[in-house]
Design a protein around this ligand. Structure first.
Ligand code: PMP
Length: 404
């Protein structure tokens, strides 16, 4: 057999997909599982968006588009991204449309670092696992920056100062955040911008895919801080805001890198699906009631799950400021039931109580001193939330008695 490359052999993944396979196998075997694993809205895409896609199909929009996307969508996405970010100047030619926001993580790393040159990329930990796997796969050096529960899962800007070296090329920021639901507030982002000021060679990748699911106050992007717009790659898209994960449409904006990203797309996907692009144009420019309804529903479910989790023995859950994730601290719950760590807790919760969550180790190595956490995606029905958390409480009570 020919061998696969070390790069491919060592390629990381999203363990959510691995756990999902475990859950599906149990469900197929007849187990009754309440799942909080999957990070996507539990709504269909809005009707007007579906209609726009059908019109595109019927209207013969079947061919390739320019690699950067159709002009209409670049124009609309530029206006939209600007509107969500306090009127920040974003031109249509600064925006590139991709097959989801995810590919821009790779394009940003590929466009700002060289393979094997010792170029460093700072990224949040815990964080979206694709950051670390893509940094490593492209031959750059992953430098995690730790998120702190005591700061509502922001990092300490002083930690950033300590991690910057002459080799730092890129800083990845994510707000609202996967997996903690935490946000970086304006003050923190301005402090980060001040730290970056004497380091003009460092690019910033602002992963703002959850920008419309920020619940406290107005969304603020680091690109809005003085001097940041030129060096910030803003990433947003249709997946979360309009429940279009499978349609694969994302947007990235940066004046200098837009032509570079366009060339990457010519080398990879050629372009995003034309049908999805016309649908996304309707999502961005059409009525926003469905998006607003979904947002309100996530907010209600956030309040429900946080209240219920905080009633569970041994569990403490901060109120997440955005996205649809809760990141309860289960350190004490692990102790109560005699689980060595969050991963053992997760496995037992799945197998003994039929509740599927992800563990902190699926989002990077555990941060020293921060204890044990699991991730609930609360893009689930109220009934599922009530049933799942009740099962978890009962599971901990039952095993605490046994352990005592
Ligand atoms: N960034 C973060 C933080 C995410 O959670 C996700 C989706 N899980 C993405 C990017 C990718 O989104 P898309 O569907 O647009 O590729």
């Amino acid at each position: 057999m020919p061998e696969i490359s070390r790069r491919a052999a060592n390629l990381g993944t999203e363990n959510a997909f691995v756990v999902l396979a475990e859950v599906n196998a149990l469900a197929r075997a007849g187990a009754d599982i309440v799942s909080f694993c999957i990070g996507q809205p539990d709504f269909p895409a809005p009707e007007n968006v579906q209609e726009a896609a059908i019109r595109a199909v019927r209207g013969g929009k079947h061919g390739y588009t320019p690699s950067a996307g159709i002009d209409e969508l670049r124009e609309a996405a530029a206006k939209y991204m600007s509107r969500v970010r306090g009127g920040l100047p974003i031109r249509a030619e600064d925006v590139v449309v991709g097959a989801g926001a995810k590919p821009f993580i790779a394009y940003a790393i590929l466009s700002t670092t060289d393979h094997g040159a010792g170029d460093e990329v700072i990224y949040p930990n815990p964080g979206f696992p694709i950051y670390e796997s893509q940094i490593a796969a492209h031959g750059a050096v992953p430098v995690p920056i730790h998120l702190r529960e005591a700061r509502g899962f922001a990092f300490d800007p002083a930690d950033l100062e300590g991690l910057i070296t002459p080799r730092t090329k890129l800083l990845i920021l994510n707000t609202p955040q996967n997996p903690t639901g935490g946000t970086l507030d304006r003050k923190t982002l301005e402090a980060i911008a001040a730290i970056l000021k004497p380091h003009p060679r460092i690019w910033v990748y602002a992963d703002e895919i959850y920008s419309r699911l920020a619940y406290e106050g107005e969304f603020f992007s680091i690109a809005q801080a003085p001097g940041m717009v030129e060096r910030t790659i803003i990433s947003d898209g249709a997946s979360k805001t309009w429940a279009m994960t499978g349609w694969r449409i994302g947007f990235a904006a940066n004046p200098a890198l837009a032509p570079v990203f366009t060339r990457w797309i010519t080398n990879t996907d050629s372009c995003a699906s034309q049908i999805s692009q016309w649908a996304a144009l309707e999502a961005v420019t059409g009525p926003q009631d469905a998006a607003e309804r979904m947002r309100r529903s996530f907010l209600e479910r956030r309040d429900l799950i946080v209240r219920l989790l905080n009633e569970v023995p041994g569990v403490k859950c901060l109120v997440p400021g955005g996205a649809f994730y809760a990141w309860p601290n289960v350190t004490e719950a692990c102790r109560l039931i005699g689980a060595a760590d969050s991963e053992e807790f997760r496995k037992r919760l799945l197998n003994e109580a039929g509740v599927a969550v992800l563990a902190d180790i699926h989002f990077g190595s555990r941060v020293p001193g921060e204890g044990q956490h699991v991730r609930f995606s609360y893009a689930a029905s109220k009934e599922a939330i009530e049933k799942g958390v009740a099962r978890m409480a009962e599971f901990i009570r039952r095993n605490t008695k046994k352990a005592a």
